[in-house]
Design a protein around this ligand. Structure first.
Ligand SMILES: [Fe+2]
Ligand SMILES: [Fe+2]
Length: 184
């Protein structure tokens, strides 16, 4: 029974969109200011609705909880570190939102850079350390409960619509970046 495969698939979309957004902050003038702010608002929506209210809810409210049960891991330090990194991501998001509010490109770039750095390292730690521990040490009955919890979240957040919205966003960014490469 695998309980982290779906999270890894979600990571792929997160990493792709973060990379695209980072590239756009390197060349904001090439997309034009209206488009730039529209993209940044969609990015904020992606972080809030897909990453925090969907992916991180799955991790924080059940996977991390399961790993914190007595006798599963010998230390809670790793989970504390993961939660700290989610919080660092939210601080970077606040910077992006403040930059958008005041049309401050520098602040947006700083927030995007911080978010990219924090989430890239965080996802790597989850995939290389935490998820292997979860697969190895959680019992099948606990794994079954984790899966049921994920299914509840996926249903309540309308998984297929949520995915479609942000896969479309990712594809829009890919096309935009290709076009700006061709023009310049
Ligand atoms: Fe995480
Ligand atoms: Fe994650």
């Amino acid at each position: 029974m695998n309980i982290t495969q779906e999270l890894v698939i979600e990571h792929q979309l997160i990493l792709t969109i973060n990379q695209h957004i980072l590239e756009i902050t390197l060349q904001p003038s090439q997309v034009g200011s209206d488009k730039y702010f529209s993209i940044m608002n969609q990015y904020v929506s992606f972080i809030e609705n897909f990453i925090d209210d969907y992916h991180h809810v799955k991790e924080e409210e059940f996977l991390f909880e399961a790993l914190s049960l007595p006798g599963v891991l010998n230390t809670h330090l790793l989970i504390s570190e993961m939660l700290c990194e989610h919080k660092a991501g939210r601080n970077a998001l606040d910077l992006i939102k403040s930059g958008i509010r005041f049309s401050d490109y520098k602040e947006i770039t700083q927030g995007v850079n911080d978010y990219f750095r924090v989430m890239s390292q965080h996802i790597s730690k989850e995939e290389h350390i935490l998820f292997s521990l979860a697969e190895k040490y959680l019992s099948n009955p606990i794994k079954q409960r984790v899966i049921e919890f994920y299914q509840d979240i996926e249903e309540s957040k309308q998984k297929s619509m949520l995915w479609k919205k942000y896969v479309d966003f990712s594809e829009e960014l890919t096309i935009l970046l290709k076009q700006s490469c061709t023009i310049h």
